[in-house]
Design a protein around this ligand. Structure first.
Ligand SMILES: [Zn+2]
Length: 382
């Protein structure tokens, strides 16, 4: 998370929790691999781990491991050693999906590191690319009992990640929104439904979800003006007032409404579908991600039969991925713009791949042992 006026909000939160529970209590935390681990956060926790898949299909397994790790330490009556290695790479999730190389191999290696004697847990964070703090970068944390094994594991994972830096590619062919629509229109029946990620406004990546840019461009296209045109489903834009008006008007009614560019929240509340020509645009009372087939079918939309399905998402979540006969990642504007270099980060550490392609010296990928949480944090912040 990012809190205005506070750097490293998670570390501040954890320190306050510590102030309440005391230094002697063991703390085990699970995280999204798109989070960031500062030195201060690694210090305040005894155990830190994160997902090993993106899309995240191991949420429950990660939580369970987090609890098992804690129980293992309690049984042993010992705080684990913590090795932390920051890796000067900052990439979007859409280039680091574990469906694809090189992330697939890096995350496969996490399991191998964890299996070594003397190691309790191993974790690799890709980091979060749309915030601008010194902690925004990739990181490795390995915990365990044997200093040598823990250090070797952490360093091998950091080295794997660093060595692969030039190999990270987008999860799907990319294009401007217009290029994606052109490609979808050219695609024959075997490639439909053709999915397009309106990726710049992905609410699950931190986008507001209420950017109207994509829908506006879509409704400008001549090809979709007539109801007989190619069927397009667009998910979605929040517009609480528009939804209220549409609900009052009833199914099949004609309404004129404005939507988007307002505040939103995580659950849609009420959803309505507006048909504009051959475009079926979903409006929601509150913002909502569309990850499941039933998100559409419960609105009487049939995405499998549509020609084009546009979702505010980055990489497609499993059900949509399985359904898509073809897919492009639209490089659209928004809070989570995939073109990181045009965002103008100011506070991230430099040099940082891919913002900097030339590093004077190789980064220090040696394991840093972080003091136990009941000991003071000494040493330099880096
Ligand atoms: Zn994530």
């Amino acid at each position: 998370m990012v809190v205005e006026g506070v750097s490293d909000a998670e570390a501040v939160l954890l320190r306050r929790i510590r102030a309440a529970i005391g230094a002697s209590v063991l703390v085990s935390a699970s995280m999204d691999l798109h989070g960031n681990v500062s030195r201060a956060l690694a210090h305040a926790a005894d155990l830190l781990t994160c997902y090993r898949t993106a899309p995240h299909v191991d949420v429950r397994a990660t939580r369970e491991r987090t609890c098992r790790n804690l129980v293992a330490c309690l049984r042993r009556g010992q705080r684990p050693l913590k090795a932390w290695v920051p890796v000067p790479i900052l990439l979007p999730g859409e280039q680091t999906s574990t469906r694809d190389e090189p992330a697939r191999s890096i995350y496969a290696a996490v399991v191998a590191v964890e299996e070594a004697d003397g190691v309790l847990d191993a974790a690799v964070w890709v980091g979060y690319a749309w915030a601008d703090e010194p902690r925004n970068r990739a990181a490795v944390v390995v915990t365990g009992w044997e200093r040598g094994a823990v250090a070797r594991g952490a360093e091998s994972l950091a080295r794997l990640f660093w060595n692969a830096r030039a190999e990270f590619m987008f999860v799907a062919p990319t294009g401007s929104f217009a290029e994606c629509l052109d490609a979808a229109l050219r695609a024959d029946a075997s490639r439909r439904p053709f999915f397009i990620s309106d990726s710049g406004d992905n609410p699950t990546a931190g986008g507001s979800g209420d950017v109207t840019w994509g829908l506006t461009r879509l409704l400008e296209r001549e090809e979709f003006r007539a109801p007989t045109g190619p069927t397009v489903i667009y998910a979605s834009v929040p517009g609480p007032e528009a939804v209220e008006i549409a609900v009052r008007a009833g199914i099949g009614a004609t309404v004129t409404v404005t939507a988007g560019a307002e505040e939103g929240d995580i659950h849609a509340g009420v959803e309505v579908v507006l048909q504009v020509g051959s475009v079926f645009a979903i409006l929601t009372k509150l913002r909502k991600p569309y990850h499941l087939e039933r998100d559409f079918t419960q609105l009487d939309l049939r995405p499998r039969e549509a020609d084009v399905v546009i979702v505010k998402i980055g990489y497609l979540e499993p059900e949509l991925y399985a359904m898509a006969k073809d897919w492009m990642l639209g490089l659209t504007p928004g809070g989570v713009d995939q073109d990181l270099e045009r965002l103008g980060h100011q506070r991230i550490r430099r040099p940082m791949w891919p913002f900097d392609r030339v590093f004077g010296t190789d980064p220090d990928l040696n394991a840093r042992f972080i003091p136990m949480s009941d000991e003071p944090l000494t040493g330099v912040d880096e």
